[in-house]
Write a protein that binds this ligand. Structure first.
Ligand code: PMV
Length: 321
């Protein structure tokens, strides 16, 4: 049996970084995907291949000895092999159209698609969908923690469930039910960032500026309530203004830089509003645009790579082959 699963990337509309400290964040799944194909093998090895390379390692190897870029997928395969007392190995093939290290949820989507694909190889057919989704999410988050222990789990959650979600570490997630369509221009600064490094930098900022950070958390909460009302009312003007305000909060905690600021200033002149998405210090800027407005003049002249994305209602999808 071949098990094929696709999982979407994401943008963070509001609340990155603050979500690490218990605040809410709003995330949306986007129409850019990772596809993972897995298969049982007759060897004792776990074989992983992606655009980043390929490894074939004995399944008894310790997870910590695996190169970081392959570690989450080795962890997934090893866990599932052990849970099912399987005496052979697994191959995992990863294909992705999500830019790496850009804040578009590439690593989480890879973890979700790999967890779903490998679990599906051993899936009992009478298992309810919700149980399968819960197992996928748990395994994907654990896998991501092998390289990024502080992950809030928000990215994996939206990749499993799709649509727009409100996420809080302690309370989990709820879907924002809306029929409205939201379209964005994503501008990639092409500066690869390390989420772990930026999260640690914010941790230091928080420790050195306790009161300022607490006040920003409170302001971000109020902003999110306002943004949610605007999203339900399809009030693009207000959503854009909330994004611009969120960008100011992100600048205050030090995760923006000159290039991100330059892109934001340029793009907010021709859209409803723009902000960093994800960890910052590189990665992407998202801008809310009118449906059908391709912003061709900017797209055709900017030196940065751009993507038109829209929010996808569906999350991961299993293709039985
Ligand atoms: O890894 P990124 O760039 O998609 O950003 C993750 C978002 C953070 O809030 C910075 C960290 C987290 O785990 O939520």
């Amino acid at each position: 049996m071949i098990s094929k699963v696709s999982a979407p990337g994401k943008i963070i509309l509001f609340g990155e970084h603050f979500v690490v400290y218990g605040n809410r964040a709003i995330l949306g799944a986007i129409d850019k995907y990772v596809t993972v194909i897995s298969e049982k093998t007759n060897t004792d090895n776990i074989l992983i291949s992606s655009s980043l390379g390929q490894i074939s390692v004995q399944k008894d190897e310790h997870v910590s000895n695996i190169e970081k870029k392959f570690r989450p997928f080795f962890y997934i395969a090893k866990q599932v092999i052990e849970q099912n007392n399987f005496d052979k190995g697994i191959t995992i093939k990863i294909e992705s159209d999500i830019p790496i290290g850009a804040g578009l949820g590439s690593s989480s989507a890879c973890c979700v698609a790999a967890a779903a694909s490998v679990l599906n190889l051993f899936n009992s057919t009478d298992q309810p969908l919700t149980t399968y989704e819960e197992k996928v999410l748990e395994l994907a988050i654990q896998a991501e923690k092998t390289i990024f222990p502080n992950t809030s789990g928000a990215d994996c959650t939206v990749s499993v469930h799709g649509g727009i979600i409100e996420y809080q570490k302690e309370k989990g997630f709820s879907k924002i039910e809306t029929e409205h369509e939201f379209n964005f221009l994503v501008v990639d600064s092409e500066q690869i960032h390390s989420t772990e490094k930026v999260v640690n930098q914010v941790k230091r900022f928080k420790e050195e500026n306790k009161e300022v950070f607490l006040e920003l958390c409170n302001e971000e909460e109020r902003l999110i309530s306002k943004a949610l009302d605007a999203m339900k009312a399809n009030d693009l003007d207000t959503i854009g203004k909330c994004m611009a305000q969120n960008q100011i909060f992100l600048e205050q905690i030090g995760v923006s830089n000159d290039i991100l600021l330059e892109i934001t200033k340029e793009i907010e002149k021709i859209t409803f509003g723009a902000k960093i998405t994800g960890a910052g210090d590189g990665g992407c800027i998202i801008a809310l645009r009118q449906k059908g407005d391709e912003l061709s003049e900017y797209v055709n002249t900017t030196k940065y790579q751009t993507h038109h994305v829209s929010i996808q209602k569906t999350g991961m999808q299993v293709f039985n082959t």
